[in-house]
Design a protein around this ligand. Sequence first.
Ligand code: PLP
Length: 386
Amino acid sequence: MKLNARAAGAGLSPTMAAAARPSRHPDPIDLTVGEPEGPPPPEVREAAARAALEGRARYGPVQGLPRLRELLARDLSARDGVARDPDDVLVTAGGKPAILDALRCVLEPGDEVLIPLPAWPTFRDQVAWAGGIPVAVGPDPGLLPAPGALAAAATPRTRAVILNQPCNPTGRVWDAPRLAELATLARDRDLLVIADQVYGTLTLDGPERPLLRAHPELADRTLVVESFSKRFAMTGYRLGCAAGPRALVRAMTALASTSVTHASMLAQHAGIAALALDGTWEAAVRDGLRLRRDRFQAGLAALPGLTCQRPEGALYLFPGVGAWMADHGVATDGELADRLRDAAGVKVLPGTPFGAPGHLRISLAAPLPDLDRALARLTDFFRNAP
Ligand code: PLP
């Protein structure tokens, strides 16, 4: 079978492949997965079950259930500080298809999309699937874009930029000068900003800091992408949304009408229940994550040859291990992750696929006792390995 050029070179994402590799350790601890611990809130599970039992799972509107769009518009308006109409919202089968479909609606073949690194590797693959050219923008030593780096990477073919914050893998949120630089560039070059905010509600220090709250003037060129996956532990429900310029939302709706039709009705009913919650469940999740972050980050930062920034949100730590690797003759972070998996019994992801060699991505979304055992094993490894 002859595949087209895009499909011929495609494979599963490198992070999925690394996560799937089995460990030779008798009792491995898996810290590769970006999936919140535990099930969704009981109200969410009950709503999905009730919708199934009552037969409320027939075809529905492509754009999503009106009640869900209304709740999403209200939720996003409050969080972003920009008024949203339910017509500006498309319910999607997760954050992933929202980003891919947006790119498919705006890119002409060969158009370029800026991706500030470190970044979730899927962004690069999505741009390529949509016929565009991903343009990586390298980070400064603090793992945020160096001043001027975005503008320097822009060309007349640049059509969009993807901003993900809190970021997978670093957990970082951009500071005001960097956001201002992005805003100026987007305006001057007429770019679409895809604001991936799937970790927004997992901001751990102070209130969420979305792009539009700082730069509401970008509302007519920003597509906000949201998901129920990380926020409500609803990864397998496949539910998310895109909200932004109405012409783009309309085009994405037309595209969805030829593919998924709409997100699962069972998931949409569950989503309505999730957005009706009072925030207590989410606050408890944030408390648990904060505890995990503080304990694990301090433990890693104390190890010789390691650096570990304190993430402002999301589910991950992203320690720098370049100095340790140089001291111990380890050539790549992939080789180090292999050794950790097989010798230390801790599965983590290498930083290279995220565009930051010399780092590891460690998920905090695991039971606390597992994290404590993993930290003890990593401490032993990094202190004593030859
Ligand atoms: N964006 C980022 C940065 C992610 O890390 C993920 C999932 O890992 C997603 C989007 C998509 O999540 P979903 O498609 O489950 O909503």
